[in-house]
Ligand binder design. Structure first.
Ligand SMILES: Nc1ncnc2c1ncn2[C@@H]1O[C@H](COP(=O)(O)OP(=O)(O)OP(=O)(O)O)[C@@H](O)[C@H]1O
Length: 259
């Protein structure tokens, strides 16, 4: 892929469901090495936007491109080798081991009826180590805690090795230590491998600490897009969330407390 092509691009995208408008002429470019967050009020359309970026929801007008190609025209297998999506809730209707679940991330690279190779298993084991679950390979996913299950889902995406990760609330169910550790590892992986992340977060302090770009959704298609240092300002955040904040200076930069 030529280096100057963004991993993800939207051109004049409008997103509407019924009479609700979530985005108007949205233009953005996600480049290798970047970490983006989508922040905003409940119901502002964060998940709808993430699904639109993933090609799961068609924009009303405009176009979403994955590595330069319109996402709606691409084969699912081609997309799955380039794009990993974390949905809000993981549901396990059937018993499966943690290793089997993480190995699902390798399926875009297998032919029909082909078994996973030793290399696939090594990649999956390494992904489990990344999320602090190396002793869990043989556990049934249905027996895991919410935070453990969330980390298995993230391991499966790491095993998939896509160039772009779209994550809906990846810190859901995670304790304080794992929230920081997982976001740190995802960000470092992004920088090292020239991949990119777009993730929905509810915590503005995690967004400020880990994301270089922000999409701030205030509802009714009011969206600010840009570098986090320009978007994450006290007054802007107070307006977006309709709540007063106190700004603090920390070792990791600015942080905000609700008043
Ligand atoms: N298929 C649909 N039909 C009707 N309304 C929908 C549909 N999908 C989403 N909505 C509505 O659109 C709005 C935006 O939903 P979305 O899940 O994108 O919000 P969000 O910003 O992710 O919210 P939250 O912070 O609560 O997770 C909500 O009011 C939701 O009820």
């Amino acid at each position: 892929m030529p280096e100057n092509i963004p991993l993800l691009q939207t051109t004049d995208v409008d997103i509407c469901i019924g009479d609700k408008v979530f985005a108007r002429t949205l233009n953005l470019e996600v480049k290798p090495g970047q970490c983006w967050c989508i922040l905003g009020r409940n119901g502002a359309g964060k998940t709808t936007l993430l699904h639109t970026l993933a090609g799961l929801h068609s924009p009303t007008t405009g176009q979403v491109r994955l590595e330069g190609n319109p996402v709606q025209t691409l084969a699912r297998k081609y997309i799955a080798q380039r794009l990993g999506v974390l949905f809000q809730n993981q549901e396990d209707h059937f018993p499966a081991t943690v290793m089997e679940t993480v190995l699902q991330g390798r399926h875009p690279y297998l032919r029909s009826w082909q078994w996973e190779s030793r290399t696939d298993r090594d990649i999956a084991s390494n992904a489990l180590t990344q999320v602090d679950l190396s002793g869990f390979a043989e556990r049934d996913v249905q027996t895991l805690s919410g935070g453990e299950r969330q980390r298995v889902a993230i391991a499966s995406l790491l095993a998939q090795q896509p160039r772009l990760l779209l994550l809906d609330e990846p810190t859901n169910h995670l304790d304080l230590q794992h929230r920081i550790q997982i976001l740190e590892r995802l960000r470092d992986h992004t920088r090292k491998n020239a991949t990119a992340i777009v993730m929905v977060l509810h915590d503005i302090n995690l967004a400020a600490r880990f994301c270089d770009h922000t999409i701030l959704m205030s509802g009714q298609a009011q969206i600010r897009v840009g570098e986090s240092r320009d978007i994450l300002r006290t007054e802007t955040l107070e307006q977006a969330f309709n709540y007063p904040l106190t700004a603090l200076q920390t070792a990791h930069g600015k942080a905000w407390l609700p008043q």
